[in-house]
Design a protein around this ligand. Sequence first.
Ligand SMILES: Cc1cc2nc3c(=O)[nH]c(=O)nc-3n(C[C@H](O)[C@H](O)[C@H](O)COP(=O)(O)OP(=O)(O)OC[C@H]3O[C@@H](n4cnc5c(N)ncnc54)[C@H](O)[C@@H]3O)c2cc1C
Length: 415
Amino acid sequence: MANYDAVIVGAGVSGLIAAKELESYKLKTLVIDAAPQVGGRLKSDQLDGYLMDHGFQVLLSAYPMVKKHLDLKALKTKAFSPGAFLFNGKESILVQDVNRNSLALIPMIFSAVGSISDKLKMAKLRKQVMAQSPAEIYDEKDQSTMAFLKDYGFSKRIIERFFQPFFGGIFLEFELETSSRQFLFIFKMFAEGDALLPEKGIEAVAQQLKSQLEKTEFRLNTKVKEIKQGKVIFEDGDEIEAQQIIVATDPQELIPQLEDSLDWNQTLQLYFEGSKGPFSKKLISLSYAKNALINNVACLSAVQSAYAKSGKQLYSISLRRDPGLSENELEAAVLKELYPLLGLKSKGWKLLRSFKVKKALPRIDQVVYERPFEESRLMEGIYLAGDFLLNPSLNGAMLSGELAAKALILNHQKS
Ligand SMILES: Cc1cc2nc3c(=O)[nH]c(=O)nc-3n(C[C@H](O)[C@H](O)[C@H](O)COP(=O)(O)OP(=O)(O)OC[C@H]3O[C@@H](n4cnc5c(N)ncnc54)[C@H](O)[C@@H]3O)c2cc1C
């Protein structure tokens, strides 16, 4: 058995970034994951000529960690159009970003999404977050996003029509209980960059990070049962010695002495094949109908044609909740909600697959942008990484990986 300077349990983006940092310090590193591939929550399947990510997920080009670690050109990313298409079964509203499309200014002033005062507040908030660093944003008062929006003076109308469906779909909870700090950070990221899809699906992000590793070894398809100081024990009873371990996943089940358990927001997403129509824009469509089952509809193939076979459109539909229906019933319920806009075209729509991601985003009491790297050390020789340590995002996951590696490297240099 080879001796490693460091072992990382978890090959999600946090584990991969940690490996990248350790490799740059020439540490001999082994990455272990239970899954057959790297990427963790970034997973994409090829099915019948369609590319399906597990849960609707976009890559935000403005994330500082994306700029630092990823080659977007090589990922051949394509962007959604800024803005959104809002619908409720009776009417629809086009929301455009006037900062990127000056022709949209006049229609947006009169748009039914909110009052003129709402639009002025939106512009003020945009200016405010663009002038702040992420660290400054996470130093702002911590309250729920909903409380923040009300305190800021946004009307019930714009909250229900835009903020709830848009940010509810990002936080995967629709009461907007998620911290206002997270809201302001994501709002800034949307203001400063694009929402992207890589040509080969969201998993390609993890594959690119893996391809940056030349010396790191991988043991996939290997579930870890327990982590002790100096030792990683596998489910099959085998074990390896490891003086320095990064746990890049929820450590609760792996380290018995930990008591706190994580809560998660979940998502139920459906993929439909369908024809061109009102939803085949590059815009994300959001339902603001009262008691709607649908949260958002995104025509992935309109943005990135590789997501569908030629001549077909692939639609991702994320629901607000899991209504506990069979696939046939879900298909019927979704098409009923889309019928006012699709009309007879809905006959050409067919449910291809559904994905339920139970542990999609960790619910975190105290979101932060960054922590002193020493805080990544859980105990002698064991360090933590993962989005749950900072904030639930790819940026948070990547940064947590950097911090854990830094803490490990410092200890390695001392010993
Ligand atoms: C549906 C969905 C939509 C999202 N949308 C966005 C978005 O639009 N923008 C954004 O920024 N973020 C989004 N996220 C969040 C983002 O994907 C995560 O923050 C990030 O991928 C987390 O990476 P991680 O390394 O912390 O954890 P994970 O990706 O969860 O990695 C943990 C790894 O540990 C492995 N593992 C766990 N237990 C064991 C064990 N016992 N033995 C061996 N291996 C083990 C797992 O197999 C996994 O590979 C979304 C997530 C989901 C699920």
